[in-house]
Design a protein around this ligand. Structure first.
Ligand SMILES: [Zn+2]
Ligand SMILES: [Zn+2]
Length: 379
C-alpha cells in the first residue's frame, strides 16, 4: 500500500510548488569595493533605487561606501541603500573593480550589501537552478551523462544539508571549495542541466531518512576511508572500502622528492622514536594498505599530518631513498572519505547506473525525492 501511495503521490504533486531557494555568497574568493553589473538577458527591477528598471544590454555600477551601497549609471548617482536587490527574469554578468573579467553569467536575483567599504554580492536562486552550475565547476567537461547525474545528486544533498554553513554572514553557501564551487550557470557543459532535470529533487538519505553528509574527493587511491579516520566523527555510510575503479585515472598517482636532511629534520621535529628498525623504515616505507600512522602507531605521526605539512595530494604513499633525497610515491588525490569522483567516472563509463555508483561509495543509503522525506519519516 505504501509503495502504491508513494508512486501515486510522485505523479500527483506538481514540481513547481516545491522550489527551495538558496542564497549563495558569490565572488567570495576576493575582496572588492565596486562592481559593474550588466544585464545579459531579460530585465530586472532594482529594489532600493526607486523605480529603476534595467533591460538586457544595459549596465550600472554598485559601489560600497561604508555600510551603504551606491548605485551609479555613468556619472549619475541614482540612489544609495543598505541593501539593493535585482529582481527579474533574466541573467546578469558581474565585473568587479580590480579583478580580471570572468565571463560568468548568473541567473536568479542579485542582492548587494556593503560592510566596511567592501561589497558583498549574493545570488538568490532555486536549488535546481544552482546545481547545474556546481556540476560544471566541480566536475568539468567530457564526462558521461550518468556521472553528471551522480554529481547532481551529491551536490544537491550537500547543499541542502549545509544551508546554515554561512548563517553568521547572512547567506547559505559560499561559491568556493569551502562549500561547493559555483560560477553561475553552466556555459560549457549543457549535460549539467539534463543531469539535474533527470534527477530532479533526488537526494541521498541514511537509514533514519536524514540527508547524508555527501563527502567526496577526487581519487581515493584504491581504498576509501572511514569518516572518523579523517574527521572526528564516524558516519554510518562513510565506511572504507576497496575501490579498483580509480586505479588508472588522471589523479591515480603522484610523486614528490624531498631533500633527505629536510625529511629527517621534519621527523625529528615530530619526535620520531629513536629505534633502529623504525629509522630504517622512515627511509624505505612500503605499507601494504592504507595506514593511519607513518611506519606504525608508535611514531604517533598521522599520515594526514605529513600530507598537510608537505602539501601532498594524498595521505597514501611509499617512501624510497634516492641519493640525497627521499622520493614519496603516492596514490590518489584528496581526503579519501565518501565518493571517489574518478572511480565514479570510471563506473559510469563501464555502464553502472547513478544509483549503483552512489550505493557503492555510500554504505546503506537510499535515494528519495526531497519533497517526500516527510512521508518516509512518518513510520
Ligand atoms: Zn563556504
Ligand atoms: Zn577510488
Amino acid at each position: 500500500m505504501k509503495v502504491l501511495l508513494t508512486m501515486l503521490s510522485f505523479l500527483l504533486v506538481p514540481r513547481v510548488c516545491e522550489a527551495v531557494s538558496i542564497l549563495v555568497g558569490i565572488m567570495q574568493g576576493s575582496s572588492f569595493h565596486a562592481a559593474r553589473i550588466e544585464v545579459t538577458a531579460g530585465s530586472f527591477d532594482v529594489q532600493g533605487a526607486g523605480q529603476l528598471r534595467i533591460a538586457s544590454g544595459q549596465s550600472f555600477e554598485l559601489i560600497a561606501e561604508g555600510s551603504q551601497v551606491v548605485i551609479r549609471r555613468g556619472e549619475e548617482r541614482i540612489a544609495n541603500a543598505s541593501s539593493i536587490t535585482l529582481k527579474g527574469n533574466g541573467e546578469f554578468r558581474i565585473a568587479a573593480t580590480g579583478l580580471k573579467a570572468t565571463g560568468r553569467i548568473y541567473p536568479g536575483e542579485l542582492i548587494a550589501k556593503a560592510t566596511g567599504g567592501r561589497l558583498l554580492l549574493l545570488n538568490r536562486l532555486d536549488v535546481e537552478e544552482y546545481i547545474p552550475g556546481v556540476i560544471e565547476a566541480e566536475a568539468g567537461a567530457r564526462h558521461t551523462l550518468e556521472y553528471y547525474k551522480v554529481q547532481a545528486i551529491i551536490s544537491r544533498t550537500y547543499a541542502l544539508s549545509n544551508l546554515r554553513r554561512h548563517e553568521a554572514e547572512g547567506f547559505n553557501l559560499c561559491d568556493q571549495v569551502h562549500c561547493q564551487v559555483y560560477h553561475g550557470r553552466p556555459r560549457f557543459v549543457p549535460e549539467a542541466v539534463t543531469a539535474t532535470n533527470e534527477t530532479f529533487d533526488v537526494v541521498i538519505v541514511d537509514d533514519d531518512i536524514n540527508l547524508i553528509t555527501a563527502a567526496f574527493h577526487s581519487n581515493c587511491g584504491g581504498h576509501t576511508l572511514n569518516a572518523e579516520h579523517v574527521w572526528s566523527k564516524p558516519l554510518s555510510y562513510c565506511v572504507g572500502r576497496r575501490d579498483t575503479f580509480c586505479l588508472v585515472m588522471p589523479n591515480s598517482n603522484w610523486e614528490k622528492s624531498i631533500p633527505l636532511d629536510q625529511w629527517t629534520r621534519y621527523l625529528d621535529s615530530k619526535r620520531f622514536p629513536q629505534d633502529d628498525s623504525l629509522e630504517v623504515e622512515a627511509l624505505a616505507y612500503f605499507p601494504q594498505e592504507k595506514e593511519l600512522y607513518f611506519v606504525d602507531e608508535r611514531t604517533r605521526i598521522p599520515m594526514r599530518t605529513i600530507r598537510t605539512d608537505f602539501k601532498l595530494r594524498s595521505a597514501y604513499f611509499t617512501v624510497h631513498r634516492d641519493g640525497a633525497a627521499v622520493r614519496l610515491i603516492g596514490q590518489g588525490f584528496g581526503h579519501g572519505v565518501g565518493l571517489c569522483q574518478e572511480g565514479a567516472m570510471r563506473m559510469a563509463q563501464l555502464g553502472y547506473s547513478y544509483k549503483d555508483i552512489i550505493q557503492f561509495y555510500y554504505h546503506g543509503v537510499h535515494l528519495v525525492p526531497r519533497r517526500f522525506i516527510w512521508f518516509f519519516k512518518e513510520d
